[in-house]
Design a binder for this molecule. Structure first.
Ligand code: GLV
Ligand code: GLV
Length: 351
């Protein structure tokens, strides 16, 4: 089993060792492995790879893995836009990811970013460190209030749902979501919370599915991207859609960088100082459009949405389980929506 990055905890390794796997780990954590380096890592013989989301696991790389006898590739990540699942399927290579376990941590990061951007925490921290605080002022670092505002979710899956519950229950925000599917569970949870709050004399929360993306963009105070990146969502936020948002909206992206046209975003943030963006992900990681880091109304962090000790260790365990299940011919462990999710494998069914 080739592991392309240092991982978290040792439970994942114990799982592989117990399954009689020999583990080859690339311990250079300083850069994204190139195609040449990935080929070298695969070598002559490789049954399985545990790779990461900034590596390109395209058709050529899958051919290379197949030639080495590979049977399974798993991302140590929930997103798998870096993997050519169709090519893997054609070659009989199972593809796994790690859904479920990072959802709560990622939602917490979404909330942290929304509050940090809306309340200007990063700007204010820099101000303090620079010794610029000379006494309290009524108009120092005025930001957005969240209470009673509207959260707009683009994508109401596991992570979006977890974020909506936090923002609605914690900040008393209404929720409008844009998704292919109605999320009955989210709607019911928020209706129940809304009734409870109303009984307590608080405002009643509203939740609804938007008919159109435009309607969401025009009404939300905080907009969060929690959808997969594919051809249908690439640059779903562009110049035109940024212009539909409120002038002081907060845009949060803990999904994938390619959901936003970064050049358009930088320009929009420059032209609208009261607009705020908080980004965990970038289209061409580790790069970002240089303008973004010059703007005070932009908060940037290095793709750490799921970076809690528990979530990352659990993702590593799930990825290792994807490998051992396929290599041993076990049924896949976990539920489709919460556990190991193997795609593209014809020989194994998903319970
Ligand atoms: C992180 O971005 C993941 O997809 O798990
Ligand atoms: C602020 O600290 C206040 O007392 O209003």
């Amino acid at each position: 089993v080739v592991v392309t990055k240092p991982l978290v905890g040792d439970a994942w390794l114990n799982l592989l060792v117990q399954a009689d796997c020999r583990v080859d780990q690339c311990l250079d954590e300083s850069h994204i492995l190139s195609a040449t380096e990935l080929r070298q890592a695969i070598g002559q013989r490789c049954d399985a790879v545990m790779g990461e989301l900034t590596e390109k696991w395209d058709a050529d790389m899958m051919e290379c893995l197949k030639a080495a006898g590979g049977r399974v590739y798993t991302n140590v990540a929930v997103g798998y836009d870096n993997v050519d699942v169709a090519a893997a399927t054609r070659l009989g290579i199972a593809v796994g990811n790690t859904p479920g376990v990072p959802s709560e941590a990622t939602a917490e990061m979404g909330m942290a970013l929304a509050l940090a951007a809306g309340r200007r925490v990063v700007e204010a921290d820099a101000f303090m460190r620079a010794g610029k605080y000379h006494g309290w002022l009524p108009d120092l670092f005025l930001g957005n209030s969240f209470y009673g505002g509207t959260l707009g979710l683009i994508g109401a899956g596991r992570i979006g749902t977890a974020l909506a519950l936090r923002m609605a229950r914690g900040c008393y925000m209404d929720v409008v979501y844009y998704d292919l599917y109605t999320n009955e569970r989210l709607e019911q949870w928020l209706r129940e919370t809304g009734e409870l709050y109303a009984r307590q004399g608080e405002r009643r929360l509203q939740v609804r599915r938007a008919e159109t993306l435009e309607e969401l963009l025009r009404t939300a105070d905080v907009i969060s991207l929690n959808t997969v990146l594919d051809a249908s969502t690439h640059h779903i936020i562009d110049t035109e859609r940024l212009r539909m948002m409120k002038e002081d909206a907060v845009l949060v992206n803990c999904g994938r960088g390619g959901l936003i046209d970064e050049v358009a975003l930088a320009q929009h943030c420059r032209q609208h100082p009261r607009f705020r963006a908080a980004l965990d992900v970038f289209e061409h990681e580790p790069e970002m459009v240089p303008d973004l880091k010059k703007l005070p109304n932009v908060v940037v962090v290095p793709h750490i949405g799921s970076a809690t000790v528990w979530a990352r260790a659990a993702m590593c365990i799930l990825a290792a389980t994807n490998v051992t299940a396929i290599l041993r011919g076990d049924p896949i462990w976990g539920r489709r929506d919460m556990g190991a999710f193997i795609q593209g494998d014809t020989a194994h069914s998903i319970p």
